[in-house]
Design a protein around this ligand. Structure first.
Ligand code: SAJ
Length: 421
């Protein structure tokens, strides 16, 4: 059965580009979101998030009449669920556990409009077992339909997990080019999902089962987290040994089988710092390295703040005529990674907030990718690189944006978390 109408539930960083991609291949796409602002914006052919090339894609999809957004699900032949899977609130030191309430709400919202022959794909990053759980939620609401967990290949509804793997900043290209892992609850569920993705995916669609597909995504991001933790741990060791960690890594990486990642101020974003906890919370005894890596990366912003405090102390010792209140600190970069303006879950933001909370003098931020600072940084002043460089006493390099890499800054009071100056 072909897919004439496709519904994408959750029009965020993954759902909206995916919806626009299907629409660009002349599929009728119904985007569903609980956020009225997102729905209204998309229904004007505009976007409510920042992602290169996405505005053109959504604008064209809307103009040609292939994409519309709504608050309430409507019947479709395939449903893709791309809602957030954050973790539940927990106390410091506790292992965070995943919050599946958005998936539950999305499942229960689409259940009333499901019909025999529909395909439901969970794209949200999920703990192992979430797709089976989603199938149960759907079945609870629709006892008149049959589902793969009870009726296998003969079920009325097909269900699969197909995790997104696109890199923020390159979403439009990677959606087309990346391979996809497709894990159906039955082989037919997988095959129908592959048929759907091949509408626009040029990468290979590789079939497995749902649990393996869920674990694949968690493994990819945990692997990167562990590798970054190794680099961050090295940076702390090298600092104590008075060795330049950047030179060290570039030398070690000359070995044909070594490829160490880069240290930084910590790990940010909504995936790499989150997904490993899905494994740790399910397997707390076994997941030792994954758990430790999380702790190493989460502790890095605090280490950078301590280094800044030491730089202030050194400065005051050398400049006895000055008080702490007269010391000006410049922080370079606020985004969670280079060359984007996304400040959510950013270790750089965490560091700047902490510096602003203890420091009695001026704190400047330089962030070429934003126009104004959020209210959470009310004490901080947004300035140009040149002003920050020429007027500040302490310099804290946090994000290696291309604009910063093109500059140089030499100061005895420099905390350079990216090794660019
Ligand atoms: N980082 C370092 N050192 C490095 C590389 C990255 O400190 O050498 C930091 C970045 O500065 C940033 C964080 O790690 O704070 C994460 O950045 P990233 O570029 O590694 O990844 P994300 O979060 O933008 O996207 C990841 C990608 N996953 C992998 O590369 C395995 C992407 O493919 C996923 O689709 C995405 O997570 C997701 O949605 O899960």
């Amino acid at each position: 059965m072909s897919f004439e109408t496709i519904s994408v539930v959750g029009l965020g960083y993954i759902g909206l580009p995916t919806a626009a991609m299907f629409a660009s291949r002349k599929k009728k796409v119904i985007g569903v979101d609980v956020n009225q602002h997102a729905v209204d914006t998309i229904n004007q052919g505009k976007i409510h998030i920042v992602e290169p090339e996405l505005d053109k894609l959504v604008h064209a999809a809307f103009e040609y009449g292939y994409l519309k957004a709504t608050l309430t699900p409507e019947p479709a032949d395939a449903f893709l669920i791309a809602v957030p899977t954050p973790f539940l609130p927990c106390n410091e030191g506790e292992i965070p556990t995943p919050d599946l309430s958005y998936i539950e709400a999305a499942s229960k919202a689409i259940a009333p409009v499901l019909k025999k022959g529909d395909l439901v794909i969970l794209e949200s990053t999920s703990p192992v077992g979430a797709t089976e759980q989603m199938a149960c939620w759907l079945a609870e609401v629709r006892s008149d339909l049959t589902f793969p967990q009870t009726h296998g290949e003969d079920a009325d509804i097909n269900i699969a997990h197909c995790p997104e793997r696109v890199l923020p900043g390159h979403v439009v290209r990677e959606l087309v080019e990346n391979d996809r892992v497709v894990g159906g609850l039955t082989p037919k569920c997988s095959q129908r999902s592959v048929d759907l993705y091949q509408t626009f995916v040029q990468g290979e669609c590789v079939i497995t089962n749902a649990r393996t597909a869920e674990m694949t995504k968690l493994t990819e991001n945990s692997c990167r987290d562990v590798q970054i933790a190794f680099a961050n741990e090295l940076s702390i060791i090298c600092d104590k040994l008075d060795i330049d960690v950047w030179e060290l890594i570039s030398l070690a990486n000359r070995h044909p089988r070594i490829n160490i990642l880069q240290p930084g101020p910590g790990v940010g974003g909504h995936c790499i710092a989150v997904d490993p906890w899905f494994i740790v919370s399910e397997m707390p005894v076994e997941a030792k390295i994954i758990h430790t890596a999380r702790k190493v990366n989460d502790s890095k912003p605090g280490w950078v703040v301590d280094k800044t405090k030491m730089a202030i102390a050194d400065f005051l010792q050398e400049n006895t005529n000055k008080t702490a209140k007269e010391v000006k600190i410049a922080c370079y970069g606020l985004a969670f990674k280079p060359d984007i303006g996304d400040l959510r879950e950013s270790p750089a933001m965490q560091i700047v907030k902490e510096i602003a909370s203890f420091h009695t003098g001026n704190v400047i931020a330089v962030e070429p990718n934003i126009q104004q600072l959020s209210s959470s940084l009310e004490k901080v002043e947004l300035q140009s690189f040149d002003v920050a460089k020429s007027t500040s006493d302490i310099h804290v390099m946090l994000v290696d944006h291309k604009e910063f890499k093109a500059e140089s800054l030499n100061s005895p009071y420099l905390v350079d978390t990216k090794g660019i100056w």
